[in-house]
Design a protein around this ligand. Structure first.
Ligand code: B3K
Ligand code: ZN
Length: 881
């Protein structure tokens, strides 16, 4: 237990003592430092309170109503500046600080990347720039003047509109930006440097002309074209589906390669990781294009859900993040392939968020406490938060949900509010009671449902019995039953949909949403003329685990016939889980492995059915190890990899001909594509390529010749990154030297492309070849690698931390290696380090030998005296100390 632990609690929230009517910032950029003069008009809410500002920058001067304060008039401690006595009415406070952006490797506050300057302020970066009420419920109007050298900083940007600019002596110039919308400090941004711009425009539905500007390094300018188009689609979609228009005359996006996260929604001046802006056919995969569209959408949508209406405090983070993820998911789904997108989102949720919910970091969608807020930008807040928003949508329907959104904006535009305010708007707009729904925000853990059904031929009823259980988490032992929407349909034994009547309704229907809100409940379906198989949790209508005693034959029926594409995919997932479990048993008892002929047959039929190729590709996804061990303790990770690999191998061998057939079909489709440029990203072609690459991965397991084909075709297909990367991924685990040859070719061909080199490092870090650790160690010395660049660390070390056989190597080498680098990175970038620490989350659930080895490394990290509070919070939670 560390001594200076400061825990922040939701229950301690207090409204701010002061408001800031206006803030006027002047940044003077010098060679070695930047001066920031911050002039605030402050209004006390109550008289007699000391003025306490957050800040950690070098303080040069404080001037209150024109008078310079002397040291006894204020105190500085624990990143807080306390001015003991301030006037009772509005006063002007001017604070000057000095910053050293080139030395700031945390990538928070103002920092240098390349030769340019950028900011990142969410959640608490602004306090590294100046002294301020650095909390989201203090909103103010910002005016920003930037002064710098004309040649080094020809472009100088901040939020809002450019209102003035001018020339100065000594080759210097200045600009002044003003943001007419009040905002919290976390949305403040500044960028200065040599940047090229790609421009476009958008006319809003009310006729406002908006200038769209994408700033990049000069050599990357053309690669921002797809992101620019994505932005226009996002702006249009938000008008069409949510009735929300953009509100400034300019929208800027700046791409930077050193960035701790994906992107940041600063008002009118989004700052993006280059990964989510830059793309061309020969450097980005189809998945990259789709991610760009999604993230561009996400940040743009924050303009309303996050910026216009923001969070009262950081506990409410999911108010903006869960809602905005829901909105970006819907945007992507409306653009193309709704079914496949939904499955993709569920897979991420189940393999990563469910694991978080079952581990030491488990917390509710609205956490009750935190030590370091940066540790709470989690899958639970984002992805489970989006599922919570989706449940309102499922319960209220599109129309009811939009009514709720309208009321939410009507009540709260320009305010900083809570998740309860959002829930109240949904409830009031629809005249429904959503009190019990609040538990989704306060109870952590993944609810589990045990279900079973009875058919009564005499009464022609089908009864579904449901029982829910919310597992205890470190923060809470006993939990109350939650409201769980269960979408359901019924199929007869031939796979046809069966209509039914619910008690109290006049009409028959083929699908309904059950509102399951007690510990145990039975739902009766009437007028059911024959035996049925229920299709449950359609569309994954709630973030829960559901167990129903289906026979294998029932699952095959659902896989072949269910009209709900999620439930159909889910049937295949359950069949895979069962086949996997029998492999695991066989391995444990040293028995020969089963062949899974029936499953192979069912999958073959599914592949041969007339369905979208992208959907065929997702049907071939076997649950990840993290999903397979979700309710297991004393895990031996190696056995999971072996049993899963053996399953893939046996299925691939028995399906060889089908795999080859569809792979050739995919090639044919691409060759004969109606699209004018088959190399380019297009959702239809992306689906075909995703099927091809999945088949390639399966094929390599069964057909030795495929490696030769890949070697022969490699250079010729290299004009399209989806193919190039797909081929490398398919052979990445092979011990054959040809894998190294191709990977080297790839590394040399793309040596100058930062983002493609990330892929090169991912391939090295994720390979299951026996020499992976040596290859990773060598890659750390590669000229394109840098520990200071978060994308590089995530690519090489992040992928290694998820590489099950190597990270969990029985001799502890993987744990030791990662701990070494966590300690090194933690010295300068705690945020990136503390993410890597979470690779150790499985600690409690490991088999005893690995657990001991992991404990040694966790304790070594914990003992480090200079350890950041970011990493310390995670290690302490893992070790329960
Ligand atoms: N709001 C930012 C995330 C900030 C993360 C700070 N550690 C990006 C987003 O969710 O849109
Ligand atoms: Zn967001």
């Amino acid at each position: 237990m560390s001594e200076n632990k400061v825990v922040h609690y939701l229950k301690d929230y207090q409204a701010p003592d002061f408001a800031v009517a206006e803030i006027d910032l002047t940044y003077t950029i010098e060679e070695a430092y930047t001066l920031v003069r911050n002039r605030m008009m402050i209004v006390p809410h109550e008289v007699g309170r000391p003025c306490v500002l957050d800040g950690s920058a070098e303080l040069l001067q404080i001037v209150l109503n024109g008078k310079c304060l002397s040291p006894h008039e204020y105190a500085i401690a624990d990143e807080k500046l306390t001015i003991h006595t301030v006037p009772d009415t509005q006063f002007e406070l001017e604070i000057t600080t000095r910053l050293y952006p080139a030395q700031n490797k945390t990538l928070m506050g103002l920092y240098e990347s390349g030769d340019n300057l950028y900011t990142q302020n969410e959640p608490e970066g602004f306090r590294k720039i100046t002294y301020y009420f650095d909390r989201p419920d203090v909103m103010s109007q910002f005016t920003t003047t930037i002064i710098g050298d004309k040649r080094r900083y020809p472009v100088m940007l901040s939020n809002g509109n450019l209102i003035d600019s001018g020339e100065l002596d000594n080759d210097r110039h200045w600009v002044c930006w003003r943001d007419p919308f009040a905002k919290p400090s976390y949305l403040f941004a500044l960028v200065a440097g040599q940047l090229a711009v790609l421009e476009g425009n958008f006319t809003t539905r009310s006729g406002k002309e908006v200038a769209l500007k994408f700033y990049t390094r000069p050599e990357d300018r053309e690669k921002a074209g797809f992101a620019l188009e994505s932005l226009k689609h996002a702006m249009q979609w938000d008008e069409d589906r949510f009735n929300l228009e953009y509100d400034l005359n300019i929208f800027m996006v700046v791409a930077v390669s050193d960035f701790n996260m994906g992107a940041m929604e600063n008002k009118g001046l989004n700052i993006f990781n280059t990964k989510y802006v830059l793309a061309s056919n020969d450097t980005a995969t189809d998945a990259d294009f789709e991610a760009i569209e999604g993230v561009i959408g996400h940040e743009y949508f924050h303009n309303w859900t996050g910026n216009r209406v923001t969070c009262r405090d950081w506990f409410q983070l999911s108010l903006k993040e869960g809602l905005t993820v829901f909105r970006d998911q819907e945007f992507s789904a409306d653009r193309a392939s709704r079914a496949v997108r939904r499955i993709h989102n569920v897979r991420v949720l189940r393999s990563m968020q469910f694991a978080e919910d079952a581990g030491p970091m488990a917390h509710p969608v609205r956490p009750a406490s935190y030590e370091e807020m940066n540790n709470f930008y989690t899958l639970t807040v984002y992805e489970k938060g989006a599922e919570v928003v989706r449940m309102y949508h499922t319960l209220l329907g599109e129309e009811g949900f939009q009514k709720g959104m309208q009321l939410y904006f009507q009540r709260h535009d320009g305010q900083a509010v809570t998740c309860d305010d959002f829930r109240a708007a949904m409830a009031d707009a629809n005249g429904v009671n959503l009190d019990q729904f609040a538990l989704w925000y306060s109870q952590a853990g993944t609810p589990q449902i045990k279900a079973h059904g009875d058919y009564d031929a005499h009464n022609q009823t089908f009864s579904l019995h449901l029982r829910q259980f919310i597992p205890p988490t470190p923060d809470m032992a006993d939990k109350q039953p939650m409201v769980i929407p269960v979408k359901i349909g019924l199929l007869d034994k031939n796979g046809a949909s069966v209509a039914f009547k619910m008690a109290g309704t006049a009409d028959k229907t083929e699908e309904t949403v059950l509102v399951f809100n007690q510990t145990e409940q039975t739902f009766v379906f009437h007028d059911v003329a024959k035996e049925v198989v229920p299709s449950l949790l359609r569309g994954f209508s709630a973030p829960v685990r559901l167990d129903y005693p289906y026979s294998d034959a029932d699952l095959m029926l659902l896989l072949a016939h269910d009209s709900d594409s999620f439930a159909r995919w889910e049937a295949a997932q359950t069949l895979y889980r069962r086949a996997f479990a029998s492999n695991l048993d066989a391995l444990a008892s040293v028995q020969p492995l089963p062949q899974h002929a029936e499953l192979a047959q069912a999958l073959t039929s599914a592949l041969n059915a007339d369905i979208d190729p992208a959907y065929k590709a997702v049907l071939l996804q076997v649950p990840t190890e993290a999903e397979l061990w979700e309710d297991v303790s004393s895990i031996n990770p190696e056995q999971y990899v072996c049993a899963r690999q053996a399953l893939l191998q046996s299925l691939a061998s028995s399906m060889q001909d089908t795999l080859t057939h569809w792979r050739e079909w995919a090639d044919e489709q691409e060759r004969n594509s109606r699209h004018h440029a088959p190399q380019e990203y297009h959702p239809d072609l992306a689906g075909v390529r995703s099927l091809r690459n999945t088949l390639l991965q399966w094929g390599v397991l069964a057909t030795a010749d495929l490696l030769h084909n890949i070697v022969n075709e490699f250079s010729q297909r290299a004009t399209n990154m989806t193919h190039e990367y797909g081929m490398l991924a398919a052979i990445n685990h092979l011990s054959d030297d040809k894998r190294n040859d191709l990977l080297n070719q790839f590394g040399q061909r793309h040596a100058q492309d930062d983002l493609v080199m990330d892929k090169y490092f991912i391939l090295i870090g994720s390979s299951q070849r026996p020499d992976t650790l040596q290859q990773v160690e060598k890659a750390l010395q590669h000229p394109a690698f840098s520990l200071e660049n978060p994308n590089k660390v995530r690519s090489l070390l992040g992928s290694f931390s998820r590489n099950i056989p190597h990270f969990h190597a029985a001799d502890g080498s993987g744990y030791r290696f990662l701990a070494d680098y966590i300690l090194r990175i933690d010295e300068f970038n705690p945020q990136v380090a503390s993410r890597l620490v979470q690779a150790f989350n499985l600690y409690d659930r490991l088999e005893p030998q690995r657990k001991t080895l992991m404990a040694e490394q966790l304790q070594r990290i914990q003992k480090d005296e200079g350890l950041s509070k970011d990493s310390r919070e995670i290690v302490d939670k893992i070790l329960h100390s």
